[in-house]
Design a protein around this ligand. Structure first.
Ligand SMILES: *[C@@H]1O[C@H](CO)[C@@H](O)[C@H](O)[C@H]1NC(C)=O
Ligand SMILES: *[C@@H]1O[C@H](CO)[C@@H](O)[C@H](O)[C@H]1NC(C)=O
Length: 391
C-alpha cells in the first residue's frame, strides 16, 4: 500500500512557532518558459517580460469517487520528481522525504542527493481540517510534522531557485493511502514557486480544469486561461479570503427549494484539495431535509451522513449555491445529483455515505463542485472566475 502524504486539504493552521520560513529569494533569472496556451487579452497590462502560461497535466486520485487531482513538479539539483496535490486550501509546499521513516511510499525526495537543498531550522506541525478522501476529520487525525528548507523547484520546465518548502518528517497514519508525495498549497496570496513565477512576469493567476475520472485530461494552467476548455464567458466574483479562497454566497437551494437557514449570507471556501462539501451541522441538516428524511448521521464517523445504498440511486439532490458577480448579477454554481453518493462506508457497506459533511465553523466546497466548471483563481485581481466546463 502506498503511503504518505497529504491531501488536499484545508490546512487549519500551522502552529505559531512556525512562522518565518526563509522566503524564497527568487531573483529574476532568465528561463525558457514552456509554451502552452497564450493568456487572453486581458493580460496585456502585464508590463514585465511576457511569459507563456505553464500547463501541468493532472492525474485523478479516484476511489469510487473523485478525491483529489495531482501532478508533478521537480525539486532539487539534479531534479527529483515530486507528485503533489495542487491544493487551494493550503499555502505551503510540503512533501515526504527520506527523513520521514513513517512515510512509506516509494520515490521519496532525498535531500542528500540535491546540491541546492538548504535545510532550515524550523520544525512545525500542520493540522488539516479536511483529510484524505471523504472521511470527516476527527481528533486531529491529519497532522504533518514538517521542517523548513529551500531548494530549486522546477515546474513545467521553468526552474526557480531558493523556493521555500517543507519536508515532512512525521505524519499521522491517515495520510498513508495517498498516491502522491505531498501538497503544493495554492492559496489566495502568491507564495513559493508561484510567487517566483510572477516576479518573472507570469500573470498572477492559475486555472483548474478538474475533470471527472471518466473524462481525464485534467490540467492546472499556471499564468493563463485556456478558453477551449469551457463554454461561454467566465463569470467573476470577488475573493474575500486571506490565504484561503472565499466567495460570499447569498443562498443555498436544494432541488430548487430554500428556507430561512439556507437563505443566509455565508463565506464559502473553495478548496481544490477536498472532495466532499462541508457546512455547519444546522446547514447540513437543513440541506439533507430537502433531499430525504432517511439521510442520517453515521455514528461511527462523526460529521458523516449516510443512507441505505439501496435507496440512494436516482435520489434528486441538486445543490445550487448562489453568488453575485462583480457586475452585480446573481449566478449559481450547481452540484448535480450524481455527486450525492460518495460510496459505501467501509464499516457498513450497505450504507452509502452522502456528499455533505457537518463541520461547525467551516463552509467549504471542493472537487465535487469544481469538476463541473472551469475555474480561474486570480491572485492579482483577488477574484474567482467560473464557466461550465463543457464536458
Ligand atoms: C509524474 O511522473 C511520473 C514519473 O516520471 C510519471 O509516471 C507520471 O505519469 C507523471 N504524472 C503526471 C500526472 O504527469
Ligand atoms: C439559482 O438556483 C435557484 C434554485 O434552483 C433558482 O431559484 C434561481 O433562479 C437560480 N438563480 C440563477 C441566477 O440562475
Amino acid at each position: 500500500m502506498l503511503s504518505a502524504i497529504t491531501v488536499g486539504l484545508l490546512a487549519l493552521a500551522a502552529s505559531s512557532e512556525v512562522a518565518a520560513a526563509p522566503q524564497a529569494g527568487a531573483k529574476a533569472h532568465k528561463v525558457a518558459l514552456q509554451s502552452r496556451v497564450p493568456p487572453k487579452g486581458q493580460f496585456t497590462s502585464v508590463r514585465k517580460r511576457a511569459s507563456k502560461a505553464i500547463g501541468v497535466p493532472l492525474d485523478d486520485f479516484f476511489m469510487g469517487t473523485d478525491l483529489q487531482w495531482f501532478g508533478n513538479i521537480s525539486v532539487g539539483t539534479p531534479p527529483q520528481t515530486v507528485s503533489v496535490v495542487f491544493d487551494t486550501g493550503s499555502q505551503t509546499l510540503e512533501f515526504a522525504s527520506t527523513d520521514c521513516s513513517d512515510c512509506t511510499q516509494p520515490n521519496k525526495f532525498d535531500p542528500s542527493k540535491s546540491s541546492t537543498f538548504k535545510r532550515g531550522r524550523q520544525t512545525t506541525t500542520l493540522d488539516f481540517a479536511t483529510g484524505v478522501g471523504v472521511d470527516p476529520v476527527v481528533n486531529n487525525d491529519y497532522v504533518l510534522t514538517i521542517r523548513s528548507a529551500t531548494d530549486t523547484v522546477t515546474v513545467g520546465g521553468t526552474s526557480l531557485p531558493d523556493v521555500s518548502l517543507f519536508t515532512i518528517i512525521d505524519q499521522t497514519p491517515k495520510f498513508n493511502i495517498d498516491p502522491f508525495l505531498g501538497i503544493q498549497g495554492m492559496g489566495s496570496q502568491a507564495e513559493g514557486f508561484f510567487e517566483a513565477l510572477i516576479r518573472q512576469g507570469l500573470p498572477s493567476l492559475f486555472s483548474l480544469f478538474l475533470t471527472p475520472h471518466t473524462d481525464g485530461g485534467a490540467e492546472l494552467l499556471i499564468g493563463g486561461i485556456d478558453d477551449t476548455k469551457f463554454e461561454g464567458d467566465l463569470i467573476y466574483a470577488d475573493q474575500t479570503g486571506e490565504g484561503d479562497w472565499e466567495v460570499e454566497s447569498t443562498q443555498i437551494s436544494v432541488n430548487g427549494k430554500t428556507n430561512s437557514i439556507l437563505k443566509t449570507s455565508r463565506s464559502v471556501i473553495f478548496d481544490s484539495g477536498t472532495s466532499n462539501i462541508l457546512f455547519d451541522t444546522q446547514t447540513t441538516e437543513a440541506m439533507y431535509a430537502l433531499i430525504s428524511p432517511d439521510i442520517k448521521p453515521f455514528a461511527a464517523e462523526p460529521g458523516a451522513y449516510g443512507l441505505a445504498c439501496s435507496e440512494i440511486g436516482g435520489l434528486p439532490a441538486v445543490i445550487d449555491l448562489t453568488f453575485v458577480s462583480q457586475s452585480g448579477q446573481p449566478f449559481n454554481l450547481t452540484i448535480p445529483s450524481e455527486e450525492l453518493n460518495v460510496g459505501p462506508f467501509e464499516s457498513d457497506p450497505s450504507t452509502c455515505q452522502t456528499l455533505i459533511n457537518a463541520f461547525d465553523g467551516l463552509e467549504l466546497v471542493g472537487g465535487s463542485l469544481l469538476k463541473h466548471y472551469y475555474s480561474v483563481w486570480d491572485v492579482g485581481g483577488q477574484r474567482m472566475g467560473f464557466a461550465p466546463n463543457g464536458l
